[in-house]
Structure formats: C-alpha cells, structure tokens
Ligand binder design. Structure first.
Ligand SMILES: Nc1ncnc2c1ncn2[C@@H]1O[C@H](COP(=O)(O)OP(=O)(O)OP(=O)(O)O)[C@@H](O)[C@H]1O
Ligand code: SF4
Ligand SMILES: [Mg+2]
Length: 375
C-alpha cells in the first residue's frame, strides 16, 4: 500500500510525462511523412490486412491504459473475421487503430504494424501512415459501420445528401451521376422508393432502415474492408437477422472482407470464417469458426461457450465466468485470466504465454495447453 504523499507524487510524474508525450505528438503531427516511411510489403498477398504486435495505449492522468497489448491477426481477402470478447477487452480500440480514429493524443499506437493491401497495389503500414494517406484510405478502401445509426447519421441532413457527401468527397462523379449512385445504393440495401427516401430525414426512418442507410454509406466507395462494430446490437432480433443477411449478401456481391466486432457468439457463428477471441487487450485464442465453436481450448473461450443461452434445459441458470477483468492500468506479469481461471497450473505464475499453434488454423495462449503438448 503506498502512502497518500507518494501517490500524489506518482500522479504528478504521470501528468508531467503525459504532457511531454502530447507536446511531442503535436510537434510531429503536421510534419510531412515521406511515402517510403509507410509503404510496406504484405507477408502474404492473399491477406487484405495484417495486424502484427499492435500496442495501443491511452495516456490518462491516472496511468497508461494498455487497451491493445500485442495483437496479431490477419484478415484474408474476401473473408469475414469475427472479433469477440467481453466489454473493455479492446475490440473497438483495435478497429479504431485500423482506421486511425483514436482519440489522439491521449490514445496512440505505441508499437506494431497494420499492413493494408491497398487497391493501387502499394501496401501501406497504417500505423505509420500520414494523415493525408489515411484520408485516401478511409471510406474509399476501409469503411466503418457503428452500433448506433443515429450517432453516424446527421439528424439535420436528408439521407440523400449524407450519402451524396461521401461520394462528393471521395469520387469524381458529377452531380447527376451521384444522384443515380445514391438511389442505386439505397435500393441495393433493400429499401424501395429510393427517390422518396433520398429526401427524408433520419428520424423519419425506423432503426433497421437507418442501419441499412449506414450500410449504404459504408458501401458508397466500394471499400475492400468493412469494419462493423456491433452493427446489430441496437436492433431487435428479427431486424438483426435481416441486417446480417444483407451484410452477407453484399459482402459477396462486392467481394469485400469484413471485420465483425460483436459480443454475440450466435452472430459470429453465422457470419464469420475466422474468429479472434480477445481478453484484456490480448488475443487468447484464434481459429476458424469451426475450431473455436467445436474445439475451444482456452479456459476463457470454454467459459464463453458455456455461457451461451440454449433451448435445452430452459430452467437451468446460465453459466457466468466468475470474477472481473484486471485493471488495464495495472496488468499483472502473468496470464491476465489467472484470477478467474478454474484450470490454473503451477506454470501459470510464469510470464504471459504467447500464442502457440494447435493446428495450421488454430492458436491458443495458455500454459495448460503448452504443458499438455510437452508431455
Ligand atoms: N478514450 C479512452 N481513454 C481511456 N481509456 C480508453 C478510451 N477508450 C477506450 N479505453 C479503454 O480501452 C480499453 C478497451 O476499450 P474498447 O472500447 O476497445 O473495449 P471493447 O472491447 O470495444 O468493449 P465493448 O464491448 O464494451 O464495446 C478499455 O479498458 C477502455 O476503458
Ligand atoms: S495460462 Fe493458466 S491461468 Fe491462464 S488461462 Fe491458461 S490455465 Fe488458466
Ligand atoms: Mg466496443
């Protein structure tokens, strides 16, 4: 236990260090970044995105939040990658890092690479890219669908105007061509009477229709990657199923990849080809949807699977994983799941285990598995 005086000194030192970091960030923010700094090579050209050892931190007045703490995974071309994990595990911060939309200078990518296989054949390391390079990538190559359509849509602009703005900003289409494209996009997401909807305001549409419009906006520039952060959480179950079906159809139509962030394992099972399970800023298991659902290995993933509601034994109480996620400012020097794990062994006091392969597609970060393999 540290004394009040020492704590005050500690907080003063944190503030001073943060102020230094922010000054450095602001100094570098507007500096010209040479293309050679961020042009890179893909490790495997069949991947659209390769995230390698990504660390994203928030420098707060009470300490550094290690929101993403060494995350590595790929999104292959044309595939859907589901990212799951409980609240606060770093799903959204991973996606905001890919879009470089972190709340800077407090939030910063402190280490790692995000290699993106750009349309023009010149892969870019997003972690190092200039603001200008990112402006070209956002919307045109990577677009994002957020949870709540009302926070994405502007309440004082008509639907047509909002989609038109995206096209005006990112394409060379003329006004009448843009009008036609907006109507086509509205029809593409399954809404009829596109020219009538064009003139309507967001509040005149239902939640499901608003989310369809957000999807239309995200498709406006034919992106290669769509990041959907809890796209259906704000919708009721039947509308959720329709929106998921729409996303699946459209993905095949425009041959895009999807990074699908969700709490809902049912949604992942239905939509994803690959599943990434995150816990306290790290990936603890990764595999094909079949690997994760049929053969989960990490005690946390096993707990997640057990906590899914099912129709058999309706009277039974749902399983819940005991305990809480450790404080992201003060992460322990061993497996972050240890205080909640029912399968702990002696080795679990060792430093956090890295991901090890179970098969070509399946990886897990757990001492129990490493010990079993060694026997
Ligand atoms: N602007 C911020 N300042 C400080 N900490 C932040 C900020 N944004 C996120 N964090 C922290 O980063 C960690 C990861 O947050 P993130 O939003 O990625 O979680 P999540 O997995 O998306 O959770 P949820 O399922 O609730 O959306 C959390 O501990 C969160 O408190
Ligand atoms: S490393 Fe140990 S504490 Fe962590 S999940 Fe595996 S068995 Fe549990
Ligand atoms: Mg989130």
């Amino acid at each position: 236990m540290i004394s009040e005086k020492d704590r005050k000194e500690q907080l003063k030192a944190i503030k001073k260090e943060n102020a230094r970091r922010y000054r450095e960030y602001n100094r570098n923010k507007n500096k010209k970044v040479a293309e050679s700094t961020y042009l890179t090579e893909m490790k495997d050209d069949s991947n659209l995105l390769e995230i390698e050892d990504l660390h994203t931190c928030f420098y707060t007045d009470i300490g550094t939040v290690r929101a993403v703490d060494g995350v590595t995974f790929n999104i292959p071309k044309g595939k859907t990658v589901g990212v799951v994990g409980e609240s606060g595990c770093g799903k959204s911060v991973t996606s905001l890092s890919v879009m470089r939309l972190l709340q800077e200078p407090q939030g910063q990518i402190s280490f790692g690479s995000i290699r993106f296989n750009s349309k023009d054949g010149k892969p870019v390391d997003i972690a190092k890219a200039s603001i200008k390079a990112m402006e070209k990538i956002r919307s045109r190559e990577i677009s994002m669908i957020f949870q709540e359509p009302m926070t994405t849509l502007n309440p004082v602009l008509t639907i047509g105007k909002q989609i038109d703005e995206v096209l005006e900003l990112h394409t060379d289409l003329k006004k009448n061509e843009r009008y036609q494209k907006v109507c086509d996009l509205i029809s593409m997401v399954g809404i009829s009477n596109a020219d009538r909807i064009y003139k309507m305001y967001p509040h005149e549409l239902s939640g499901g229709m608003r989310q369809r419009i957000v999807i239309a906006m995200s498709l406006a520039c034919d992106p290669q990657l769509i990041i959907a952060d809890e796209p259906t959480t704000a919708l009721d179950v039947t509308i959720q199923a329709q929106i998921l079906e729409l996303m699946r159809d459209l993905k095949d139509k425009i041959s895009a990849s999807i990074m699908l962030i969700t709490h809902d394992l049912g949604v992942v099972a239905e939509m994803a080809d690959i599943v990434v399970v995150m816990y306290a800023g790290r990936i603890i298991e990764l595999g094909t949807t079949r690997d994760i659902f049929k053969d989960p290995r990490h005690p946390y993933t096993i707990g997640l699977m057990k906590s899914r509601p099912n129709m058999i034994g309706e009277d039974e109480k749902l399983y819940s994983i005991p305990g809480n996620v450790p404080n992201p400012i003060n992460l322990p020097n061993h497996c972050y799941f240890k205080n909640r794990c029912e399968s702990c062994i002696g080795k679990c006091n060792n430093p956090y285990p890295g991901l090890v392969s179970i098969s070509d597609t399946h990886k897990v970060a757990c001492w129990r598995f490493i010990e079993e393999e060694a026997k």
